[in-house]
Design a protein around this ligand. Structure first.
Ligand code: FES
Ligand SMILES: [Fe+2]
Length: 411
């Protein structure tokens, strides 16, 4: 694993103590600009391929208010399209998930049918039927003029569906760079599948969740982590790696689960991972891969407004798990990361409190990002590295965000 050296010791405010202005979290104009300059530009990890295992299975999602359908084709390939009818802009598929093999009341099986005027599209995004086409459009319209808009889409890094609203996003590998090098064996040796899903809609800014995933100083909040990690060997040796495009990784340690009364050591692991190891990949602008020994947790976010975010949590194991192994992974996952686990809700309470003090219109305040501990676990380099990328894409200083923006700096 080789990170890059980036001067993240301070933002450009000239302060000795790196801080951001709370308006990066509370200002509605900043939020709208983030959708345009970040969320509509970069690659984003979305659903897992095991959620659409069969040809014509689909999932619908929203990114930066754009409705999207992800569908597995009859050729097995996963594709993504804007879920928007090219006729008069109606939303086509309205369910969160399903199979196109099931006919809708207004359409035929195997097609996506817009309920408004019954235009039909196939799994390749082609418009395959327009009622009374010749009578209404004569020779003026061709089916190929009204195909669904296809988005850049790749299945990668553990079988997840990555996509971008930006037709010029370039290859995914150029965006993620080396960020997954330290998790490659765990993610790529065996196919994975999803065994857990829940979501939380939190009145807070999405970046506050990513900040939380990018710093471990808040382990003081987690009694479970204090007992099983903080007081254990190796905790203060965990190191951050910073990678281009704002990504960061956190090195592993061996967690002592049995140090928490009622918890147990975890016999299962992931390929290439030490038993009870724990490593993370934090991805700009807001996703985290988190492997704790026997289960992988993926956090993805859908920012809804400056002070509202939907966070989706997936738990994954190995597809080849036996029933007993799967039950064990689910137990391990849920005891700490389930909605009633010992850890996750505390993080959510933390950012909910921040959300209260940083509602749109609240007074600007200084938020410190200034811990320096040689890039080790209580260092805040993960956040500083993230906001260096944020500054580059936004053309704004996080310490002085309301100054007029400048053009995006070269990579
Ligand atoms: S808006 Fe979709 S068919 Fe008319
Ligand atoms: Fe936490």
């Amino acid at each position: 694993m080789t990170g890059i050296e980036i001067d993240t010791t301070r933002y450009d405010s000239g302060e000795r103590m790196p801080s951001v202005d709370s308006r990066i979290y509370s200002n509605r104009q900043i939020f709208e600009e983030e959708l345009e300059k970040i969320w509509k530009k970069v690659w984003l990890v979305t659903v897992h391929e095991s959620e659409i295992p069969e040809p014509l299975d689909f999932r619908t999602i929203t990114i930066a208010r754009e409705p999207i359908v992800i569908v597995r084709g009859t050729d097995g390939t996963v594709r993504a399209f804007l879920n928007v009818c090219p006729h008069r802009g109606n939303l086509i598929l309205r369910q969160p998930s399903g199979s196109l093999t099931v006919a809708e009341p207004s359409g035929n099986a195997n097609h996506m049918t817009c309920m408004f005027h019954a235009w039909q599209f196939d799994c390749f995004g082609r418009c395959v039927d327009i009622p009374r086409m010749k009578q209404g459009y004569q020779e003026r319209l061709r089916n190929e003029d009204v195909a669904l808009t296809e988005l850049p889409c790749e299945v990668a890094h553990g079988g997840f569906v990555w996509l971008s609203l930006n037709p010029d996003s370039g290859p995914l590998s150029a965006f993620t760079g080396g960020a997954f090098d330290a998790m490659k064996t765990e993610l790529e040796t065996e196919p994975l599948d999803v065994f857990h899903y829940h979501k939380a809609i939190i009145p807070s800014n999405y970046k506050l969740w990513h900040d939380t995933n990018s710093e471990f100083y808040h382990d003081y909040m987690h009694y479970f982590n204090r007992a099983t990690s903080m007081v254990q060997k190796g905790y203060f040796d965990r190191r951050y790696g910073a990678f281009p495009n704002g990504h960061a990784t956190v090195g592993s340690m061996e967690v002592k689960y049995d140090a928490y009364k009622g918890a147990a050591e975890r016999p299962l692991s992931f390929p290439g991972m030490e038993r009870n190891g724990w490593k993370m990949v934090d991805l700009f602008p807001g996703a985290t891969y988190n492997i704790r020994g026997s289960s992988l947790r993926l956090d993805t976010m859908t920012p809804i407004s400056a002070d509202l975010v939907m966070i989706e949590f997936r738990g994954l194991g190995l597809k080849k798990d036996t029933a007993e192994e799967r039950a064990q992974r689910i137990r391990d996952h849920n005891t700490i990361w389930g909605p009633f686990g010992r850890n996750l809700h505390e993080d959510l309470l933390g950012i909910t409190g921040q959300g209260v003090t940083m509602r749109p219109g609240t007074a600007p305040r200084r938020i410190l990002h200034g811990r320096h501990e040689n890039n080790l676990i209580h260092d805040e380099i993960g956040m500083r590295h993230y906001y260096a990328e944020w500054a580059r894409r936004m053309g704004r200083s996080p310490a002085n965000p309301m100054a007029a923006p400048i053009a995006m700096a070269a990579e």
